[in-house]
Design a protein around this ligand. Structure first.
Ligand code: ADP
Ligand code: MG
Length: 602
């Protein structure tokens, strides 16, 4: 089997590694850096810049430099996360036709999957150059809290980058592999991962080389960027007080402040005091204005203490969800650039009552673990088996708009669960299966993953039909759902994939791989829709015919029966035109019945 690369597609930074000669190593990018900023910029003359080049020119080109796109991946524009992001992002965020969040640069729309793909392609190129061979297979990591749509969208990003994504694994799980935990003894570990945009805490058991995630908690919107934002607020306030100027709407100044804030934060991890200096930040009639300020580690810590504390609250929840006490944890692993901050290390040590393990560079641990997972898949490493968990409960919408959970959060994957449901109305011809993910009791409060209908249920009083719903989660944490009508004995199965926002057809188009299939795809979608409509109409027409047959003339009856027969045949045909015609005729018949039903009252 070919070499499999491991990729940590981070919110802030991405990293690629490969398992070679018995160890996993990070592959430096073409500039020699071991991590690559997950940034993509578009210049006015149509050039695309990825990584550190993009980051370097962000100050001059803030509206066309996209960063933190991972926060939008697999999310809707109206989701609170994206809404919040929209308040600060200097580039334009807009919705696609289906409501998915995306960015618009120079009038062109890019999905977060496409932005992710540009970064992934950069890493793949670096790996190919380094290995001097073609690389296609990859393992990509995602935060433990990613739902199905986000995982699927990440896979799609890989596909767009020309990668064959063998596995999508949780970042903390990858980190545990990187730390080489589990090779000899057994125990329970905690992985604390505080990066630029996400926080994850995972509690895992290991024994004889087998990992099992007992619990994962976290926040997909908590990380170093929030720390930077606090610092930017401080600088803004200071500057406003001194000069009376508000720079919130000056993208260049904002970007410069953000850069300076991050730099100061990083410096304060190793020194006690630093100076922030931003000359010529802006100017008014009285002349140029500069920003200059000394910042101490103490001040920074005071500014973000609550953020750190909230990560500890998640740790508390995770430990209790795992059903253990902190004293049972044998090792604590630090992952993510933000864990270099001494206050974070102190808080973690304090909560877990032990010094955390920092033997692997926290910036690289995830990619290294992904490479090890790749080696396991290609057979280069044999003894470790990974058992991941479901981060959020999965279920379907049931009557009254409630969510009924089929798979509980923290269930070990792969897993499968079957449950039998029934109808809620008399003579209900179809059931709507609405697949949900989340922890709230009401369906509307949870994430909608997919919807499909199971049609052709024979007329019956409510509660009589038996609909078997099967949830199946594969080793990648990707869900498929099928439904079967047990009453008809006829197996009628529908499979759904969690939507990533990019439909299958969309990806094909972007790849320009199968342009000729596009028309066919469109026809298929239309065909399905028409079939659903005609089957529904056949059903209701049959029912009203039975009720009003006595009031119809022989000619009317004959016409309606014929229309019904034509419609039944058309419903099985794969011909849009045929179904449309049959539908039109049957509609006339249905109207005729309705007219007859009311004839006596006029
Ligand atoms: P992600 O996984 O979200 O891409 P990383 O693990 O690369 O993130 O962490 C990036 C975050 O870590 C950024 O907010 C960055 O500012 C921060 N960071 C990196 N190095 C340091 C440091 N020495 N001290 C404090 N924070 C750091
Ligand atoms: Mg990370």
């Amino acid at each position: 089997m070919d070499k499999v690369i491991g990729i940590d597609l981070g919110t802030t930074n991405s990293c690629v590694a490969i398992y070679e000669g018995g160890t996993a190593q990070v592959i430096p990018n073409t500039e020699g850096s071991r991590t690559t900023p997950s940034m993509v910029a578009f210049t006015p003359d149509g050039q695309r810049l990825v990584g550190s080049i993009a980051k370097r020119q962000a100050v001059a080109n803030p509206q066309s430099t996209v960063f933190a796109a991972k926060r939008m991946i697999g999310r809707k524009l109206k989701s609170p996360e994206v809404q919040r992001m929209q308040l600060t992002a200097p580039y334009k965020i807009a919705a696609a036709d289906n409501g998915d969040a995306g960015v618009v640069v120079h009038g062109r729309r890019y999905s977060p999957q496409e932005i992710g793909a540009f970064v992934l392609r950069q890493l793949r190129d670096a790996a190919q150059e380094y290995l001097e061979q073609n690389v296609a297979d990859a393992v990509i990591t995602v935060p433990a809290y990613f739902d199905d749509a986000q995982r699927q969208a990440t896979r799609d990003a890989g596909r767009l980058a020309g990668l064959n994504v063998l596995r999508v694994i949780n970042e903390p799980t990858a980190a545990a592999l990187a730390y080489g935990i589990g090779a000899e003894a057994s125990g329970t570990i905690a992985v604390y991962d505080l990066g630029g945009g996400t926080f994850d805490i995972s509690i895992m058991d290991f024994s004889q080389g087998v990992f099992q995630v007992k619990a994962t908690h976290g926040d997909t919107f908590l990380g170093g960027e929030d720390v930077d934002a606090r610092l930017v607020d401080l600088l803004m306030d200071d500057f406003g007080r001194e000069t009376g100027l508000d720079l919130h709407n000056d993208p260049v100044a904002l970007q410069r402040m953000r850069d300076a804030a991050e730099r100061a934060k990083m410096e304060l991890s190793s020194i006690e005091e630093t100076e922030i200096s931003l000359p010529f930040l802006t100017a008014d009639t009285s002349g140029p204005k500069h920003l200059r300020r000394v910042l101490t580690r103490n001040e920074l810590e005071g500014l973000v203490q609550d953020l750190i504390e909230s990560t500890i609250e998640h740790c508390r929840d995770a430990v209790s969800a795992a059903g253990i006490g902190v004293e049972q944890i044998t090792d604590v692993l630090l992952v993510g650039g933000m864990t270099k901050m001494p206050a974070v290390q102190r808080a973690v040590a304090n909560f877990f009552g032990r010094q955390p393990n920092r033997s692997v560079n926290p910036d690289e641990a995830v990619a290294v673990g992904a490479a090890i997972q790749g080696a396991i898949l290609s057979g280069d490493v044999g003894e470790v088996v990974l058992l991941d968990v479901v981060p959020l409960s999965l279920g379907i919408e049931t009557s009254g708009g409630m969510m009924t959970k089929l798979i509980q959060r923290n269930a070990t994957v792969p897993c499968s669960l079957t449950e039998v449901f029934t109808t809620s109305d008399d003579y209900q011809p179809l059931v709507n299966i609405h697949v949900l993910q989340g922890e709230r009791p009401l369906a509307v409060d949870n994430t909608s993953l997919a919807r499909f209908e199971l049609v052709g249920i024979p007329p019956a009083l409510r509660g009589v039909p038996k609909i078997e719903v099967v949830f199946n989660i594969d080793a990648n944490g990707i869900l498929s759902v099928s439904a079967r009508d047990l009453g008809t004995k006829r197996e009628q199965q529908v499979r759904v994939r969690a939507t990533s926002g990019l439909t299958e057809a969309n990806i094909e188009r972007i790849l320009a791989e199968a342009e000729q299939f596009q028309d066919a795809d469109r026809v298929n979608v239309e065909l399905q829709e028409l079939r659903r409509r005609i089957q529904g109409l056949i059903y209701t027409t049959e029912r009203s015919l039975a009720e009003s047959a006595n009031y119809l003339t022989e000619t009317e009856l004959g016409q309606i029966r014929m229309d019904l027969e034509v419609a039944r045949r058309a419903a099985d045909a794969a011909d849009v035109q045929l179904i449309q015609n049959a539908l039109r005729e049957l509609e006339k018949s249905a109207f005729r019945i309705t007219e007859v039903m009311y004839r006596d009252f006029t």
